[in-house]
Design a protein around this ligand. Structure first.
Ligand SMILES: [Zn+2]
Length: 393
């Protein structure tokens, strides 16, 4: 039986339909333990809000079945959310449906422009992306690395882009009229994994994002832990053995300062493996069989695994998801992360089996933006929509 979730019966019914739809109301009641009357009332409210729809079954001609027709319900196809993801170099916008599928996406190099300019560009891109579909947009999710406080809608600290204390929710709501939810990209990806990805993640999951920023998030029973000030998951300054890289925090040998993408491409250029400091170029070189590029990525994955062993021992999650682009290009990188974990973990012996790549390969950033809003929506589907403002896109 499904546990009735925080967010009450609307969240429970919506999640059950997501997992099992199309599904009869009577089956939802049986699976969740909610009364048939509650399921009927709740599902009708979710249908009224446009999140669910009825899917009448075709009754064969000549069928002798009597009584009320069986009308299963399913997740509605039409509603979508907009996603915005901010990375060190790009703004990525997306349209994502209620099943977490990316319908459309676009991106733009922001070249370190100030937040107001970048958000103006993001809204322009979203306007083009939504075109005649704006009426189907439920809200906007914004996701970024670093320290983000979703309660206040603020990017507290993202040292690489210098977005510090930026009130993104207010700025975007003012520009668009849509409800906006701002969250850390790795917490949004945990929500996506629990909703649409690896089923075991729902029991407990730790996710590590390894890009230009390195951060982590963890969830139990589908609920992400943020902690006071939403500061959980700051692993960027964990120490890496034998590293002498200087970090912006004033120390040497920090995780992010040693193993981020920009450090990796800097090393690759210095060694003559690639000519321009571009991570995509390094990945392409590895994919086309360049042994030096491959070795660089595999070495990094191994060192990521060494650090991950400690996280696994502390939190002992059901699954440990690593978002390392190399893992999707080279199978050796997943093996290397697992080897690093095996080397450094003192925990249970089968711990390496819990290490998995993300379910959203090739669409991590579009999914992260959308999932920032979808996570909120699935936690409290009716509350979310009552706060919707007049859309201006
Ligand atoms: Zn540091």
């Amino acid at each position: 039986m499904t546990t009735i979730r925080a967010g009450g019966s609307p969240a429970t019914v919506l999640r059950t339909v997501l997992d099992h739809g199309p599904i009869a109301r009577s089956t939802i009641a049986r699976l969740t333990g909610l009364s048939p009357a509650t399921v009927t009332t709740t599902s009708n409210r979710l249908i009224d809000r446009g999140l669910l729809r009825e899917r009448p079954t075709v009754v064969a001609v000549g069928s002798r079945r009597m009584g009320r027709p069986h009308v299963p319900i399913d997740i509605a196809d039409e509603p979508m959310v907009c996603g915005i993801h901010l990375s060190l170099t790009h703004i990525t916008v997306s349209l994502v449906d209620l099943r977490g599928r990316v319908i459309a996406t676009d991106r733009h190099a922001h070249r370190g422009q100030p937040p107001n300019t970048v958000l103006d560009v993001a809204v322009e891109l979203m306007t083009e992306l939504t075109a005649d579909r704006a009426s189907r947009v439920l809200g906007i999710g914004f996701a970024v690395g670093g320290w983000v406080d979703p309660d206040r809608g603020i990017v507290v600290e993202h040292p690489l882009t210098c977005w510090n204390g930026v009130a993104v929710r207010e700025l975007l709501e003012h520009r668009t009229g849509f409800d906006v939810h701002v969250d850390s990209h790795v917490r949004a990806l945990v929500d996506a994994e629990c909703l649409f990805g690896e089923p075991r993640a729902r029991r407990s999951v730790v996710q590590l994002f390894v890009g230009n920023v390195i951060d982590a998030a963890f969830a139990t029973d589908g609920l992400v832990h943020a902690g006071p000030g939403s500061a959980a998951g700051a692993v960027a300054h964990m120490p890496i053995e034998h590293s002498t890289e200087h970090c912006s925090c004033g120390r040497t040998g920090c995780f992010q300062a040693t193993l981020s993408e920009r450090v990796l491409v800097r090393d690759a250029v210095r060694r003559g493996i690639i000519e321009v400091p571009d991570f995509g170029v390094l990945l392409a070189a590895a994919e086309s069989g360049n042994p030096s590029a491959t070795q660089l990525l595999v070495d990094r994955s191994y060192r990521v695994g060494l650090v991950s062993g400690s996280l696994l021992d502390i939190l002992n999650p059901e699954v440990f998801i690593v978002c390392d682009p190399g893992m999707h290009v080279l199978p050796e990188c997943l093996d290397a992360v697992r080897a690093g974990v095996a080397e450094s973990s003192y925990g249970r012996r089968d711990v390496v089996d819990s290490v998995l790549p993300s379910s959203f390969h090739g669409r991590l950033l579009p999914v992260a933006g959308g999932a920032s809003m979808l996570g909120k929506l699935y936690r409290d589907p009716l509350e979310q929509l009552t706060g919707q403002l007049a859309p201006a896109l």
